[in-house]
Design a protein around this ligand. Structure first.
Ligand code: 7RM
Length: 635
């Protein structure tokens, strides 16, 4: 039995009403479709003060039995994972549900043979290869808590994450292929491990064939261990509220938080949201281009699709290798029907020109998805016209690491679309906009801070090892509410449009201003492509406003353009929001998922360009030098 899919707008409204009137029976019905070892006593217990959140209390399950075992009878020979390597000339892999089950059981035994137990934290630092999926699922099968660290992170970031949750096992590889580059992953891991005495075993996959040093007693080869391991493994019994995984995410402070998700609620919501948002059909070929190191990869490459029994494509490479047509080549090669990517990738590919799209038919595509940041209208239209050929609904999915799954999004082909709007909450999701004092903003045609007033099954339960921080970050800004940190509009039709983070609040001469607010004012200037605003210490105002601005056409007269920008901001917000400094730049330091690293911009603005910290997660670390050299404030 599978979760029932919402099939029409009428059904959407019906289900939505039901989910608000009687959330417990709404979610019980969804949860019934899964394989539980023991049924739950209560559907939900919660308070947002603690916070204390529990779903399907006392229910027992193992998520991998739901991803794998339960599909074996009906579709054991169906392809579960298609793997497309970095190099288009290397042979792809297709792994059936039966094979995936076997690989996961086998690797569960490898973990057990290497001392892993239920409740252990296991760090996974790997390339996008099938073994990464086996490893994640094997952790879940034995009841260990996985903490996947994106393979682009530095040794310092890796060590910090291992130390924070005291992992005893690391899973890694000799190296990573990324486009034309190669990353010596094992060497980076070795550097991290010098600071991580809790790691007892490091299991190393051979991928690139790089020469590595293996530390006697600690490091073992993946293939040696797999060769020794049994093929069957009975899934550990987990409580619905046992931790399934930790995933580190950055906030406004430098130290990343370990967001904790639990087994039962996450499982129910991952499948529910996948099925409904993408309107999944049994013969779909689904491709999410994210890396498994991010939440999007956890929920919508591994868990959501496998719970639904789908065929999920895993891609090792990058969108521009060997050229900017790679995504479309892969879509045609496998006849991808559901395609899910990020605006930053869409804009990058658009900038390479339509000649990279033209050679491909893209006929198989049925639904397009977007995630990670607001999608601007220009990118939306290009995606819609050139990739979807006007025939594929675009689901602009808003959610967060902390939400575990998509909360606000169109349901493909059901919800009427509006470019740059995430549209409507899924049934079971209760958004609330509040003003800066926390007063609810009712009605339509309004704007405020996006909160959730009721729990949903896949919400975070805590931040690892520091519940107080979870409370402070998400549940204290507005009493009794989960605060997302995003600003949001609700238009005349009740449609939601996420406007960006609002938690970068600065206090200028006693005025509380959002950096996002100032940016959007600056962006009104006709020659501005994009801007980023940060605060910096100011003798008189307390905090001054420092703006980094990218222009369409490089101006000859920077002073004249500065003045026009100040006039624009004055016009839109008022003189209090006028930047004190405007630095023209050709790019902004962005992470691979398109988020601006404000920490770097703040340091430069503060005249501390020598203390930038880790910049290894940037898409293009070279923009940092340009920004440093053009800094308007000197230490
Ligand atoms: C899935 C993910 C979360 C933050 C979130 C927003 C932004 C994500 C959208 C979006 C506008 C979207 N998790 N964000 N999706 N903004 N429209 N469809 O990205 O934890 O890494 O980031 O990303 O600001 O709070 S995340």
């Amino acid at each position: 039995m599978a979760i029932q899919k919402i099939n029409s707008l009428e059904e959407y409204h019906e289900q939505y009403a039901k989910s608000v009137q009687d959330p417990e029976s709404f979610w019980a019905e969804k949860a019934e479709s899964f394989k539980w070892k023991q049924k739950w006593d209560n559907v939900l217990e919660w308070d947002f003060e603690g916070p204390n959140i529990g779903w399907f209390l006392n229910g027992k399950l193992n998520i991998t039995e739901n991803c794998l075992d339960r599909h074996l009878e009906t579709q054991g020979d169906k392809t579960a994972i298609i793997w497309e390597p970095n190099d288009p000339n290397e042979k792809e892999k297709r792994i059936t549900y039966k094979e995936l089950h076997e690989e996961v059981c086998r690797f569960s035994n490898v973990l057990k043979n290497n001392g892993a137990k239920k409740g252990d934290r296991i760090c996974i630092y790997m390339p996008m290869v099938p073994e990464l999926a086996y490893a994640v699922l094997a952790c879940a099968r034995i009841g260990a808590i996985h903490s996947v660290v994106f393979a682009g992170f530095s040794a310092t970031s890796l060590a910090d994450r291992i130390i924070d949750c005291t992992c005893n096992i690391l899973l890694t590889a000799d190296g990573v292929f990324r486009g034309s580059k190669q990353v010596p992953l094992k060497a980076i891991a070795d550097e991290a491990l010098e600071k991580c005495p809790t790691i007892e075993k490091n299991i190393v996959l051979k991928r690139t064939g790089f020469e590595v040093t293996m530390k006697e007693g600690r490091d073992v080869w993946w293939h040696d261990e797999v060769a020794k391991a049994d093929l069957s493994f009975d899934a550990e019994t987990m409580d619905a509220e046992d931790m399934l995984f930790i995933l580190y995410t950055s906030g406004s402070t430098g130290k990343p938080k370990g967001v904790v998700h639990s087994c039962g609620g996450y499982m129910v919501y991952a499948e529910y949201s996948f099925r409904n948002v993408f309107q999944y059909k049994d013969d779909d070929i689904y491709w999410c281009t994210a890396d498994i190191g991010w939440i999007t990869g956890h929920s919508y490459i591994i868990y959501g699709p496998l719970l639904a029994g789908a065929t999920t494509l895993m891609f090792e490479g990058i969108p521009t290798y060997p050229d900017a047509g790679r995504f479309w080549d892969v879509c045609d090669k496998y006849k991808v029907t559901l395609f899910y990517t990020a605006p930053t990738a869409i804009r990058a590919l658009q900038s390479f020109g339509d000649e990279h799209v033209a050679p491909y038919s893209l006929d198989s595509l049925r639904v397009l998805g977007s995630v990670g940041e607001p999608i601007n209208e220009e990118a939306w239209h290009w995606y819609n016209d050139k990739i979807g050929k006007g025939n594929c609904p675009i689901v602009d999915t808003w959610w967060q690491t902390e939400t575990g799954g998509i909360l606000i999004s169109p349901l493909a082909g059901i919800t009427k679309l509006k470019p740059s709007f995430a549209t409507l909450p899924l049934p079971g999701v209760q958004p609330l906009l509040v003003d800066n004092e926390g007063n609810p903003i009712e009605g339509n045609g309004v704007e405020g801070n996006l909160c959730m007033k009721f729990p949903w099954p896949s919400m975070l339960r805590t931040t690892y090892g520091d519940h107080e921080r979870c409370k402070q970050t998400y549940f204290s800004t507005y009493k009794g509410l989960y605060f997302t940190g995003d600003g949001c509009k609700r238009d005349e039709d009740g449609y939601y449009r996420i406007t960006g983070r609002v938690d970068d609040v600065i206090n200028v001469s006693g005025h509380r201003l959002g950096t996002a607010e100032i940016e959007s004012a600056i962006n009104e200037h006709e020659n501005v492509v994009e801007s980023a605003v940060v605060g910096y210490p100011h003798d008189i105002k307390g905090t001054g406003i420092y703006a980094y601005v990218i222009s369409y056409n490089k101006t000859e007269d920077e002073e004249a353009e500065r003045k026009q920008i100040l006039d624009t901001v004055t016009k839109i917000i008022g003189p209090i929001a006028k930047p004190d400094q405007i630095q023209f730049v050709s790019g902004l330091p962005k992470t691979r998922s398109g988020k601006i690293m404000r920490r770097i911009l703040r340091k430069v603005a503060e005249g501390e360009a020598d203390k930038l910290g880790d910049t290894s997660t940037l898409l293009d670390p070279s923009v940092v030098d340009e920004i440093k050299n053009g800094a308007l404030v000197n230490a």
